[in-house]
Design a protein around this ligand. Structure first.
Ligand SMILES: N[C@@H](CCC(=O)N[C@@H](CS)C(=O)NCC(=O)O)C(=O)O
Length: 217
């Protein structure tokens, strides 16, 4: 059985969610952060970079969210939660899946860092960063306003991969989605998924971590 090493309140919840969506069993080991917010030493013992998530599957020890998700989907997904090569929507699936951590996460981290800095308001570089982040929000909003899910009509791992900045991460920085009804609708559709609800409970959340965006609808 796959062991998921989960750092509480972190990106590793995506892996729990993926397993719940696939209906696969897993052995969940959850750890709180250190007082410095770092992951505890077990993560460094598992992988040189010492970050979550990490999974173990027999002899395989694997880090890096999208690597883990790809590994699970390819080995155990039986074609579910992804668009196979050649099928309609394949390019969209590949784009949104990889955009999640290649494009969105760095921007969202920057946004979170800037939102915490008081000087950010007067700093023209911070204003430019905010503007850039709005391009991302507008792009995602347009996509999920026109399509039910990021890859098109079908929920995929791309939705799981892109959700984190709008859920758990957005609890720690101001993220006003009032101008983005498409994103709020998408968050609502995700929040209604039983597998998502089970996963968030297992990950340690008392409620949907994106619920604060939906309260304002
Ligand atoms: N690119 C990595 C990033 C992993 C990462 O930043 N993990 C954070 C949790 S959100 C972490 O372990 N933070 C604690 C630390 O760095 O000590 C991935 O997508 O898996």
């Amino acid at each position: 059985m796959i062991v998921i090493h989960h750092l509480l309140v972190s990106q590793s919840e995506r892996i729990i969610w993926l397993m719940e969506e696939l209906g696969l069993p897993y052995d969940l080991r959850s750890y709180p952060r250190e007082p410095t917010m770092a992951a505890p030493p077990i993560f460094r013992a598992l992988h040189p970079l010492g970050q979550a998530p990490v999974i173990e599957d027999g002899d395989v020890v694997l880090a890096e969210t999208l690597a883990i998700m790809t590994y699970i989907l390819e080995l155990y997904g039986h074609g579910r939660l992804r668009v196979v090569a050649g099928a309609s929507g394949f390019a969209d699936y590949v784009y949104w899946f990889h955009y999640s951590i290649g494009g969105l996460m760095p921007r969202a981290m920057q946004h979170m860092g800037a939102a915490r800095t008081q000087a950010a308001d007067e700093d023209p570089r911070a204003a430019a960063q905010r503007e850039r982040f709005r391009w991302h929000l507008a792009m995602i909003d347009a996509r999920v306003a026109r399509h039910e899910w990021l890859a098109g009509d079908v929920f995929t791992a791309a939705d799981i991969a892109c959700h984190f900045p709008f859920g758990t991460m957005s609890q720690f920085a101001t993220l006003d989605l009032s101008d983005y009804p498409g994103i709020r609708g998408w968050l609502g559709r995700i929040g209604a998924r039983p597998a998502f609800q089970r996963a968030m409970r297992a990950a340690g959340h008392a409620r949907d971590p994106a619920a604060h965006h939906l309260d304002t609808q």
